[in-house]
Design a binder for this molecule. Structure first.
Ligand code: ZN
Ligand code: ZN
Length: 161
């Protein structure tokens, strides 16, 4: 889990931010889903990657700055083959105590003082994934007649090329 209590987050007016360096799957497994795609817990557990960055606060405003390197198994929409997409996404944001949060889009945390970065990191990775994943931009897809993967060879209905 990627939850930190406000009392344990260093105040930047007094000290340096804390360094984050975590395994992605451990950090976001079990985080509540916030993004409407066909995400499943198994998909998240299959992700590899690391979250690095810093966490600090000024008063009750929590500043997070992370880089997430990820490896996510996907299926190509053209040839249906599984492949692994490697990517990196960086983002910084502020989490506000709910009493100071004014607009709906602000990241916020509740009265209990626990700041949960999990759903936010999860969404960062998901929004970085392509809507139509391709194993390769030049993927030739499946033969519309016999269904063979045209990347791996020629079928009898479509000789070479
Ligand atoms: Zn493909
Ligand atoms: Zn064919």
């Amino acid at each position: 889990m990627l939850k930190y209590h406000i009392d344990k987050i260093p105040d930047l007016r007094l000290s340096e931010p804390m360094a984050l360096d975590l395994s992605l799957s451990e950090a976001i497994a079990g985080a509540p889903g916030v993004f409407l795609v066909s995400e499943t817990e198994a998909e998240f557990r299959a992700m590899k990657g690391r979250i690095t960055g810093t966490l600090g606060r000024e008063g009750t405003d929590v500043m997070v700055d992370v880089t997430v390197g990820y490896e996510v198994p996907l299926s190509c929409v053209r040839c249906l083959e599984a492949f692994v997409r490697k990517g990196e996404v960086g983002e910084r944001t502020l989490f506000f105590h709910e009493k100071n949060a004014t607009a709906d889009e602000l990241e916020r945390y509740g009265k209990d003082g626990w700041v949960d970065l999990g759903p936010w990191v999860r969404e960062l990775v998901l929004t970085d994934l392509p809507f139509y994943p391709l194993c390769d931009e030049a993927c030739k897809g499946l033969c519309p007649e016999c269904g063979e993967n045209r990347n791996t060879g020629s079928c009898s209905c479509h000789p070479e090329g």
